[in-house]
Write a protein that binds this ligand. Structure first.
Ligand SMILES: NC(=O)c1ccc[n+]([C@@H]2O[C@H](COP(=O)([O-])OP(=O)(O)OC[C@H]3O[C@@H](n4cnc5c(N)ncnc54)[C@H](OP(=O)(O)O)[C@@H]3O)[C@@H](O)[C@H]2O)c1
Length: 208
């Protein structure tokens, strides 16, 4: 698929690298300098290219949103016309910079706030595993669970398939509103990793 990524940081590059290895065509965007965007594209390799957010979005079948929460709403609002009709895979965590507090949650979610800002897009919330897990050597054990929430079945299936391409285990969690509960779970595992010192080798796994 043609995948546009908005967010040329750790997660954007990690997702882009995994998906490029699986044959997807990546355009990555969004950093403070064009050099950083180009470095991100070079790091992904294969036929990945760098561009502006608008360039990353315009030909994409799926757009991955991997921006810091504090700039997310203004970024998608600026791109709202280009995002119309697209599947927008939201990976953002609405964290305070201290990583011990959600800036919004339980009565709404980052996913729902993104959807409200871009009503023409189909938003699917699926918080990817840690970038370190995506870029590190594969380890034995169960695949990390990624809960997939969105209001359109086909869009949820599309994102679930891409989550599978990350070697994670997609779990269909139903409507976008369920992001109110999956985002706090992301808060928990991130706090355990980076504040409580367990490190980025941990992941949530749904035991069936
Ligand atoms: N990293 C993970 O393992 C992980 C896992 C799951 C979810 N997430 C979520 O994914 C999102 C991205 O995380 P990340 O770790 O990839 O963050 P990151 O490494 O800090 O990357 C953020 C990207 O956004 C760019 N950016 C930030 N502010 C900008 C601005 N004002 N104008 C233009 N570009 C700007 C940064 O560019 P500069 O470098 O030039 O500032 C960078 O390319 C977050 O919401 C995070 O919670 C991350």
């Amino acid at each position: 698929m043609r995948i546009g990524i908005v967010g040329a940081g750790n997660l954007g590059v990690a997702i882009g690298s995994r998906l490029a290895e699986r044959g997807h065509h990546i355009t990555i965007s969004f950093a403070r300098t064009p050099d950083k965007v180009q470095a991100a594209a070079n790091s992904i390799g294969h036929d990945a290219s760098g561009g502006t957010p608008r360039e990353a979005v315009q030909d994409a079948e799926v757009v991955v949103l991997a921006t810091p929460w504090t700039v997310t709403i203004e970024t998608v609002t600026e791109l709202a016309d280009a995002l119309a009709g697209k599947v927008l895979w939201d990976t953002t965590n609405p964290f305070a910079p201290t990583m011990d507090e959600l800036l919004i949650g339980t009565s709404t979610s980052a996913g729902e706030e993104v959807a409200a800002a871009v009503p023409g897009a189909t938003v699917v919330k699926a918080i990817a595993p840690f970038a370190e897990a995506l870029t590190g050597a594969s380890v034995d054990g169960p695949r990390p669970t990624v809960f997939v929430c969105g209001d359109e079945d086909e869009a949820r299936r599309t994102v679930a398939s891409l989550v599978g391409d990350l070697d994670a285990d997609p779990v269909d969690a139903g409507p976008l509103k369920l992001a109110r509960f999956t985002e706090p779970a992301g808060m928990l595992v991130t706090n355990l990793a980076y504040v409580r010192g367990l490190g980025a080798g941990i992941a949530l796994v749904l035991h069936r």
